[in-house]
Design a protein around this ligand. Structure first.
Ligand code: ADP
Ligand code: ASP
Ligand code: MG
Length: 402
């Protein structure tokens, strides 16, 4: 059986870890008769190192050179992993995205996969050669190397599983499961056995970096179950699946999620033209800036607009805004912000969840700057120094402690 297995950066962070991963892959081939297709991220810290070199040399360069630089970390890890397999008598072939025909759009540093050729992968598997695919990268229509956004190797893995018609994709990482909160921030967080695609998608897009949001979106679209589990332990982790069973039995809140890299941008007074908002947000979307919470209010002095973006997108957002406003509109920036959210399908049709959320933050004197809700989440932007307290308190308020 073909199984796509993705190994994250920490799992491949040293040569010893790469050897341990290779041992585990061989064991699964021998004991379970699996035919693995591997996807690897760069060794931990490597992509950050590459980004920091680019920032030092040319902070605003987002030409194809930037994506090519970022993608280079995966070339190292797939080569080393293939060599570790060779050393164990297992044939393996490292493959960069362009060799496999992973085609993407041309959005710099945030490209989306458009198509994948799987013929060559299947041929390799038939010859008992293990393909070791570079995650996080693709190639656009102009033959430029593109990258899929931070954490994008998860998306490569799920896209491959979907293209191969597999119904499972295994994601091996440095935590044994998806937890009720990031265990690094909330020490009482406990592992979740199974979670729906919708909940995981909300968690990922609200900042939980345990999975790349687009990977969950693809998994949901093609009904590929994700099994997220530890590289270092054998036990089962978390299954991310379609909803089933009795939703009434679900807890109101499944998890608390945070995003420490949030910037709030305020504009006042905004131009009075009805087209202004449409033009501004279209221009931001074209630049790939993901705008999160938006609020607009009218006062006698004029219209106010406030919205949050990821801190990485701060500069692109500012450059875009400058092109849409005149000197009359003042921009103010709040940089040291974070977003904290509660997510759960169980909050559909439940009354008073928002009240509990606000009361939990108020009881700790934590001011909320922006807020947004949907039927399965409540999110608030707060000041970063308050994040740890807020996340732990919400986790306790909704009874999630282990
Ligand atoms: P990888 O390199 O394997 O892709 P990542 O660092 O991208 O791993 O993601 C794993 C990390 O995600 C964990 O170390 C953990 O700190 C963080 N994380 C955030 N939210 C959660 C959560 N709800 N459950 C588990 N881990 C989480
Ligand atoms: N190496 C890339 C990053 O650090 C992709 C990934 O880890 O999934 O973002
Ligand atoms: Mg990751």
């Amino acid at each position: 059986m073909i199984v796509v297995k993705k190994f994250g950066g920490t799992s491949l962070g040293t040569l010893d870890r790469i050897e341990a991963v290779a041992d585990r892959i061989i064991e699964d081939i021998e004991q379970k008769g699996e035919s693995p297709i591997l996807v690897a991220s760069a060794m931990s810290g490597e992509t950050n190192r590459l980004i920091s070199m680019a920032h030092q040399l040319a902070p605003h360069d987002r030409s194809p050179a930037y994506d090519m630089l970022l993608a280079s970390g995966e070339q190292v890890s797939i080569s080393l992993l293939a060599m570790a397999l060779h050393k164990r008598g297992q044939k393996a072939r490292p493959l960069l995205a362009f060799q496999l025909g992973i085609r993407t759009d041309a959005l710099p540093s945030k490209a989306s996969i458009e198509s994948i050729q799987t013929d060559s992968l299947q041929e390799l598997v038939q010859q008992n050669i293990v393909p070791v695919v570079a995650g996080f990268q693709g190639m656009d229509a102009f033959s430029n190397i593109t990258t899929l956004g931070r954490g994008g190797s998860d998306t490569t893995a799920v896209a491959l599983a979907a293209a191969l018609g597999s119904d499972i994709c295994e994601i091996y990482t440095d935590v044994p499961a998806v937890y009720t909160a990031d265990p690094r921030l909330v020490p009482t967080a406990k592992p979740i056995e199974s979670i729906t695609f919708d909940e995981m998608m909300e968690m990922a897009s609200l900042g939980s970096k345990v999975l790349h949001a687009r990977s969950v979106e693809l998994a949901s679209k093609f009904n590929v179950k994700i099994h997220l589990r530890s590289t270092f332990e054998k036990r089962e982790g978390t299954w991310i699946v379609s909803p089933g069973g009795n939703m009434m039995e679900k807890p109101v809140v499944t998890a608390v999620t945070h995003d420490p890299n949030t910037t709030v941008i305020k504009l006042f007074p905004t131009p009075d033209k009805p087209q202004f908002l449409a033009n501004l947000f279209s221009a931001l979307a074209k630049k790939g800036v993901i705008v999160d919470i938006i609020t607009q209010s009218q006062s006698p002095e004029g219209q106010r607009l406030a919205f949050s973006v990821q801190s990485d997108d701060r500069q692109a957002a500012l450059d875009t805004i400058q092109g849409e406003i005149t000197e009359a509109t003042k921009i103010s920036l709040m940089d040291d912000m974070a977003k904290v959210s509660v997510v759960g399908v169980g909050m559909q049709n439940q009354f008073g969840v928002a009240a509990r959320f606000f009361r939990a933050l108020a009881s700790q004197d934590i001011p909320i700057h922006l807020v947004t809700t949907s039927d399965i989440k409540i999110s608030a932007v707060i000041e970063k120094p308050q994040l740890e307290k807020a996340a732990n308190h919400l986790h306790q308020e909704f009874g999630l402690e282990g």
